[in-house]
Design a protein around this ligand. Structure first.
Ligand code: ACO
Length: 363
């Protein structure tokens, strides 16, 4: 059945933004006037956030101050979330992250942009460790956000190459137009509900496998395929069953998602498991072949999530932690969109078309 386009708001312009632009025909992502390739892999997360927030969120002392404020936010958040550890231990990482962030009151010291970004890093790492039955680790505010997140996850001082790879990932996924989670953040912000509420709501939109929940299932798919020789047959059978291939397809892109190649290059620089990357490339090529054969109308290409899965796997992140890791980077985007929406000052309130039965006319 072909869905009415209104169901998915295809092509509807619901906001004017100076933050980012997704050109789906050209395969181009612009963040505050910079192509994603100019930033990702070239500047640390804090520098990209400072640039991205400029004009929307006050960043008084520049990158150094932002790094310090995020570190202070991590420390404050660790103390704030500690009483919730027992409740989070029975939850999946993304549910644990939701629990921790829900504890931030509107007037909380954590409810300001830099501290909130720090808090998401801590909450994500805590939630991942608790879900594995391991005790959370306190943050080290002297480290960069990426380095501290990796350390809080593994308990070890991360290799510089791993820190660089996580920085590349966090910058790559910082913002992406009016994706479902960002739109959710803006809807909640438009009601004047406040920053923590908008971020928790956005996280829940991110959770779904059609959005930020896709990379875990990408690895499940690679496990099921198992060897490069099996890829074409496995993928053809999946498409014949009507399954969606995780890590492929996008509402806006009609060509390759530029973020896929940024992340592929970052994985190449890690070079821990060349065999794994070669296998992933073989699956990618087979998927593109099978999708081209399967669909005649709409072109389907790779999206950001395919190589996200490989990169986070290489960094030792368990697959249930992939969506929380996505939130660590994307929260800075949500924050800026919340501020932009609040400045716009009008509630987002579309209409629906009623297609149900009408009341019987009174005699
Ligand atoms: N595998 C197989 N077929 C697909 C895929 C896919 N990954 N994506 C879309 N299609 C097909 C649909 O089945 C549909 O076919 P039909 O017309 O015969 O019904 C056609 O392509 C058009 O698809 P839509 O439903 O219009 O695509 P939509 O824009 O609604 O969905 C989405 C975009 C959700 C990303 C989709 O491509 C998908 O489910 N991909 C897999 C999950 C995924 O990788 N999500 C991460 C996206 S990136 C991000 O959010 C960070």
């Amino acid at each position: 059945m072909t869905m009415p386009r209104a169901i998915g708001l295809d092509d509807v312009v619901a906001a004017e933004t100076s933050l980012s632009d997704v050109d789906g025909e050209a395969g181009r992502l612009i963040l505050r006037g910079h192509d994603v390739e100019e930033l990702a892999g070239r500047v640390p997360y804090e520098a990209a956030v400072a640039l991205f927030w400029d004009g929307f969120v006050p960043v008084g002392g520049g990158v150094a101050a932002l790094r310090r404020d995020m570190g202070a936010g991590r420390v404050a958040a660790f103390g704030r979330f500690a009483p919730l550890e027992r409740a989070a231990a029975g939850l999946s990482p993304v549910e644990g992250l939701r629990l921790f962030l829900s504890a931030i009151a509107d007037e909380d010291a954590l409810a300001v942009p830099a501290a909130l970004v720090g808090a998401v890093g801590v909450a994500a790492a805590m939630a991942v460790r608790l879900s594995e039955g391991r005790a959370p680790l306190a943050p080290d505010p002297a480290l960069s956000h990426a380095a501290d997140v990796l350390r809080m996850l593994s308990g070890r001082t991360p290799a510089p190459a791993h820190v660089a790879a996580l920085d590349t990932y966090l910058v790559t996924i910082l913002d992406h137009g009016l994706n479902a989670s960002t739109f959710t953040a803006r809807v909640v912000a438009s009601t004047a509900a406040g920053l923590p509420s908008a971020v928790v709501a956005a996280l829940m939109a991110l959770k779904g496998p059609l959005h930020g929940g896709a990379p875990g299932p990408v690895l499940d798919m690679l496990d099921a395929i198992a060897t490069a020789e099996r890829a074409d047959a496995w993928l053809a059978a999946a498409l014949a069953r009507g399954d969606r291939l995780m890590g492929f397809g996008h509402r806006v892109y009609r060509v390759r998602d530029p973020r896929a190649d940024v992340l592929k290059a970052a994985i190449g620089r890690l070079t821990d498991r060349p065999g794994r990357i070669a296998f992933a490339e073989a699956v990618e090529e087979a998927a593109l072949r099978q999708l081209a054969a399967h669909r005649s109308g709409r072109p389907l290409d790779i999206n950001v999530e395919f190589y996200t899965a490989l990169l986070l796997e290489a960094l030792g992140v368990p697959r249930a932690g992939f969506t929380p890791l996505f939130a660590i980077g994307r929260v800075a985007g949500w924050v800026a969109h919340v501020r932009e929406q609040e400045a716009a000052g009008r509630i987002i309130r579309p209409q629906s078309r009623y297609v149900g039965p009408m009341p019987a006319r009174a005699a």
